[in-house]
Design a protein around this ligand. Structure first.
Ligand SMILES: [Zn+2]
Length: 500
């Protein structure tokens, strides 16, 4: 649907109530796959981490990865779920080239974790309690690469390559119940929810949680209904959205698209949809009915998963702090105002700033560098901040150099560009390029005298208390010394001279 045909967002919200539902797939970072001993490793030569089990060859027998089960239980517990005392795997039957077995081993009516909830704060500061229906274990499929054509999709491709290295990688799928009442904040809530899930699995160290690698993938269900109507509207499911920003945009787009259709008396097709980052729109995928027949049946080759009470309690005791509690603690420790802290959270830089503070920077300095100059440089290069070649330790070192008066802000920004260019740590760059501020009085006094020679009235002005006159001399000194003068010291020396 063309942009012009979409309904205005505010108008859509006036006419319709938004209901969303989110399915998040987490790829676990276990050493081996879910049901065999093949390496679970990203980026290896295609079809090198495969065996008869993950290829589904006749006669092969799977065995459940113990660590994957423990990780799934930890995720369930972190989401306040109950853990099933007796969970079973099921076969989800379907035919597709990336699925060598012709069925996916998943869980159906007996998920390992169920009935949980997660408190999620959206950018406005409002907190929503998202009800979790279930978290179940399953395996990933292989990866298809479509060659020829120009979209990377199967349409228009000449042939497709299949890599089964990912087939059998452990996944946990977390499914929410329908989320009501988010109103115009539904897109932000969807993105914030995925941000929290990512934080939880990173905190548990059970996934690399890199969205760009598909470690965390979100399917977003959206439906609309007229205000006051009890029956849910028909939903669409936008598949595999792989960045937080895209999740927010995809949900917003679907609201506007569906509202435009419904307002004209049209009907929504129940289907999956693809998100197109470049166009900022979704397009029709395949029709999806509730009666999709996957002929689920219990997996006969695997015994039920029966976690002991002791195991569950041991994993519960090892849970990391909840995201909401962590936020509260960090804000208090850093003494940030609500708005400052919210900016940090919304910029997605909480981890970096926490690590920078741990490496010795003051919280405000860490915040300033990450959300200011570094974010600006990432933006200018159209990169994600995580792709920049700078670590929290580098930023801490930079902040400490500024704090100690070794470099000023302007020099620090220059140092930053050299660090990003791979010239080494901030201290190494300062040393190699001789970028320290000049606070040597002799050099500063010479520069001040030179500036005064062209502005002889300044000393009188200062003596008369017109301090703003000092600015012109300080500016001239900074310019003469190419910004490397210690401005505070120049000011002190100038005032001392005036009062001689
Ligand atoms: Zn294998």
């Amino acid at each position: 649907m063309a942009k012009a045909e979409l309904m205005d967002y505010a108008k859509a919200l006036e006419q319709f109530e938004v209901v969303i539902g989110l399915e998040v797939h987490i790829e676990l970072n276990t050493k081996t796959k879910m049901f065999c001993g093949c390496a679970n490793s990203f980026g290896d030569e295609p079809n090198t981490n495969v065996c008869p089990i993950c290829l589904g060859l006749p006669g092969s027998l799977p065995a459940v990865n113990k660590r994957a089960v423990e990780n799934s239980i930890s995720i369930g517990l972190a989401l306040d779920c109950s853990i099933a005392p007796n969970g079973r795997f099921a076969r989800k039957n379907y035919f597709y080239p990336d699925l060598a077995k012709n069925f996916q081993t998943s869980q159906y009516d007996e998920p390992i974790a169920f009935e949980g909830s997660l408190d999620v704060e959206v950018p406005s500061g409002k907190v929503f309690t998202v009800a979790i229906e279930r978290a179940h274990m399953e395996e990933d499929a292989g990866k298809l690469t479509h060659i020829g054509g120009n979209t990377g999709r199967i349409q228009g491709a000449e042939y497709s390559l299949v890599d089964y290295n990912r087939a059998g990688v452990p996944l946990v799928e977390i499914v929410t119940k329908p989320i009501y009442g988010a109103g115009d904040e539904a897109p932000e809530l969807a993105a914030a929810y995925v941000r929290y899930i990512r934080e939880i699995v990173k905190g548990l160290d059970v996934s690399d949680a890199r969205m760009e690698r598909g470690n965390v993938r979100c399917d977003a269900n959206v439906s609309l209904r007229p205000h006051g109507q009890a029956k849910l509207g028909t939903r669409t499911e936008t598949k595999n959205v792989n960045s937080l920003r895209s999740i927010e945009r995809a949900v917003r787009y679907e609201i506007q698209r569906q509202a435009a259709i419904l307002a004209k008396g049209g009907t929504i097709t129940q289907e999956t949809r693809h998100w197109h980052e470049d166009k900022g729109s979704t397009s029709s995928g395949r029709p999806k009915s509730d009666a999709d027949d996957y002929r689920y049946f219990p997996e006969p080759d695997l015994v039920p998963v029966q976690p002991s009470h002791e195991l569950i309690e041991r994993l519960r005791a090892a849970l990391p702090e909840k995201p909401a509690d962590r936020r509260k603690r960090l804000q208090a420790e850093w003494a940030f105002q609500d708005l400052e802290f919210r900016d940090v959270v919304n910029s997605g830089l909480l981890d970096q700033i926490e690590e920078t503070v741990a490496a010795g920077a003051k919280p405000q300095a860490a915040r300033k560098w990450w959300t200011g100059e570094i974010a600006r440089l990432a933006n200018a290069e159209d990169k994600d901040i995580s792709e920049l070649a700078i670590t929290p330790a580098d930023v801490a070192e930079l902040a400490v150099l500024v704090d100690a008066g070794k470099i000023n802000d302007r020099l620090a920004r220059e140092v930053l560009t050299y660090v990003l260019a791979g010239e080494g740590s901030p201290a190494a760059v300062v040393a190699a390029r001789g970028l320290e501020v000049v606070s040597d009085d002799g050099a500063l006094i010479a520069a001040i005298d030179a500036a005064l020679a062209t502005q002889p009235d300044v000393l009188d002005a200062i003596r008369e208390g017109r301090m703003q006159a000092a600015g012109a001399v300080i500016g001239a000194v900074m310019k003469a010394m190419k910004g490397s003068a210690d401005a505070a010291r120049v000011r002190e020396l100038l005032i001392a001279k005036a009062n001689q």
